[in-house]
Design a binder for this molecule. Structure first.
Ligand SMILES: Nc1ncnc2c1ncn2[C@@H]1O[C@H](COP(=O)(O)OP(=O)(O)OP(=O)(O)O)[C@@H](O)[C@H]1O
Ligand SMILES: [Mg+2]
Length: 332
């Protein structure tokens, strides 16, 4: 006996074996399309089947040793803590080791786009078009000057997208999830997302699409209050999307062993988060400031003996280890 092609909320929930309330949330945040009727929803069986297929594929991958094409987001609503620098140089480190990396620039400041590619013209296609569903992500991905490192670039109009997501899209959290459900993603080993210093809808979309989150923490402020709100947001996104979103680790940046605040921040993080704190610390290093202007990654700008090169190399190794990947990709 074949099921009805069009189901209401109750029938759809039974079909997926979830509660009607959960299905309502999925519909609300855009994970499953549905048309609202007077006092119920019309949901196409085809859309439910597609959702099931996607979830089953995710589960299969998660049951294996490692997630394929993991999506890693750098997030901290505190500004200037090293999100962009670390996203770019983790990407560059992985690329140097033979992995293919896509950097998704979801920050309205477009720092990663400017540093690795160039400023976009106003009328150029960019991530804004992808998030708003006007372009397929494969049409905007472009090579950078670094081998194996690719970017989905952002233009300044990204700053309007947050508003659009809030006003006309009901706070949709599935825009980036949908954008990354694209065959081109199979080409990449890792997807790294850089986010803006606020917990807006773009950042929440990034979290929703993430398997892992890395939280850079600068040794310049007392970090815990900010992190508390960050963790609450991540939990909210987990609850709404029912996805596993794991904190891969806390990365200490702007580390200067001579400064008292550095010791304090390190102690606080170790106390609170124990092994989740990466062993590698990114030392304070004024040469890092030159990277965006030079349009170079740390591995291109520095030599192997410099602290910046070493810190980001060790950080890259630690991330690969935590994800269960080899330190160098075997070719072929
Ligand atoms: N280890 C470091 N030592 C010294 N300066 C650094 C270091 N890491 C980053 N910087 C510099 O600090 C500034 C902020 O870094 P970055 O842009 O990576 O932070 P961010 O968290 O992405 O900032 P935003 O929140 O504005 O996006 C930049 O000028 C960058 O060059
Ligand atoms: Mg940034």
């Amino acid at each position: 006996m074949s099921r009805k092609e069009l189901m209401n909320l109750q029938e759809g929930a039974e079909y997926l074996n979830i509660s009607p309330d959960t299905l309502k949330v999925y519909i609300k945040i855009g994970l499953i399309p549905a048309i609202k009727t007077k006092n119920n929803w019309n949901i196409k069986k085809k859309d439910l089947d597609e959702w099931l297929k996607r979830e089953m594929a995710r589960e299969d991958v998660k049951r294996g040793e490692k997630i394929l094409h993991p999506v890693i987001t750098f997030a901290n609503q505190k500004g200037g803590v090293g999100k962009s620098t670390s996203a770019i140089n983790l990407g560059a480190g992985m690329a140097m080791k033979g992995y293919k990396v896509l950097l998704v620039d979801l920050d309205i400041q477009c720092n990663a786009t400017h540093a690795l590619y160039r400023e976009l013209e106003d009328d150029e296609k960019s991530l804004s078009d992808v998030i708003l569903g006007r372009e397929d992500i494969s049409t905007i991905i472009t090579e950078t000057h670094t081998r194996n490192l690719y970017i989905a670039p952002a233009g300044e109009n990204l700053s309007l997208v947050d508003m659009e997501l809030a006003q006309t899209m009901n706070g949709d959290l599935s825009r980036l999830i949908a954008a990354l459900e694209n065959p081109i993603i199979e080409f990449f080993d890792f997807i790294i997302i850089d986010t803006a210093p606020y917990l807006g809808l773009l950042t929440l979309n990034a979290m929703a699409a993430s398997d892992y989150i890395i939280v850079p923490v600068a040794c310049e402020y007392f970090p815990l209050i900010g992190i508390k709100w960050l963790l609450k947001s991540i939990q909210k996104v987990r609850n709404l999307t029912q996805r596993d979103i794991e904190i891969l680790g806390y990365l200490i940046t702007m580390y200067d062993a001579r400064e008292r605040i550095t010791k304090i921040v390190e102690e606080i993080l170790n106390d609170q988060f124990g092994e989740k704190v990466f062993n590698t610390k990114i030392r304070k290093n004024t040469r890092i400031k030159a990277l965006p202007l030079e349009r170079k990654t740390i591995f291109e700008y520095e030599n192997m003996n410099s602290s910046g090169y070493r810190d980001y190399l060790y950080f890259t190794n630690e991330v690969l280890e935590r994800l269960g990947y080899d330190l160098n990709k075997e070719e072929g």
